[in-house]
Design a protein around this ligand. Structure first.
Ligand code: PLP
Length: 236
């Protein structure tokens, strides 16, 4: 695919009207879903830019996007570095190897995919604080990312609260494809209640993707991770 890591901030990137139209449409639908849910607080829109070149990130920033999501190091590192100066908030949303954690925390503001105590220990730091979300595995496949079960979640939350340089924000999950998203998200909401019994401030919910963000807003998503509905098809 050839990630063209061009210089940024020059305003030389030509606009993409189709991208802007999709972005506007998603923003409208998020606003509508928020009103329909009787909420006054709109969730944070994280645009997932994985596989796309940094030009897309620049176009999004020019359109007022403040938060972007990536799932692989070093692709994420290269883009964050090329887009430095745009003032974006970078969210790491993919499975993260323990031995990459220190590098990743240097260029991201949040890691949404924390699912084991060793990863928390690797993310600990005396440098700037990092937001973390604990990932739940909502599938029946234990090989997927995320913790399974209340005991594992509580253990992970306790570790997060004791980890230096880490701010426990809440939970993250991906709805399985073989189940209505609302049913899966209801389990996340229940887990969030248990988490808040341990950590009252850890009330964030990073749920909702291109095909299920309306349902996610309904159950209280605070962070939406939306890719293709905004970016179009990902390059392969
Ligand atoms: C790719 C990805 C997304 C975005 O998916 P879309 O279906 O393109 O919106 C969200 N969350 C995670 C964890 C992802 O890997």
């Amino acid at each position: 695919m050839g990630n063209e890591l061009t210089a940024t901030g020059s305003g030389s990137i030509e606009p993409d009207p189709a991208l802007l139209a999709r972005l506007d449409e998603v923003r409208d639908r998020v606003a509508q879903a928020t009103r329909d849910a009787g909420r006054s607080d709109e969730p944070t829109l994280i645009v997932v830019t994985k596989f796309h070149p940094v030009d897309l990130v620049e176009r999004l920033a020019a359109a007022g996007v403040s938060d972007v999501g990536e799932n692989r190091h070093p692709e994420a590192r290269d883009k964050a570095s090329a887009a430095e100066g745009l003032g974006l908030t970078w969210h790491f949303i993919g499975q993260l190897q323990t031995n990459k954690a220190k590098q990743v925390r240097r260029y991201v503001d949040a890691v949404h995919s924390v699912d084991r105590p060793e990863l928390l220990r690797a993310l600990s730091s005396q440098e700037r604080p990092l937001d973390v979300f604990l990932q739940l595995n909502l599938t029946s496949d234990p090989g997927r990312g995320g913790v399974v079960g209340d005991a594992a979640l509580e253990e992970l939350a306790t570790e997060a609260l004791q980890t230096e340089g880490v701010v426990l924000r809440g939970l993250m999950a991906v709805a399985p494809l073989d189940e209505p998203p609302a049913a899966a998200f209801a389990r996340v909401a229940a887990a969030s209640e248990r988490l808040r019994a341990l950590a009252p401030q850890a009330n964030a919910l990073s749920i909702g993707m291109s095909h299920d963000f309306v349902e996610a807003v309904q159950v209280g998503a605070t962070h939406l991770r939306i890719g293709t509905a905004i970016t179009g098809k990902r390059p392969t």
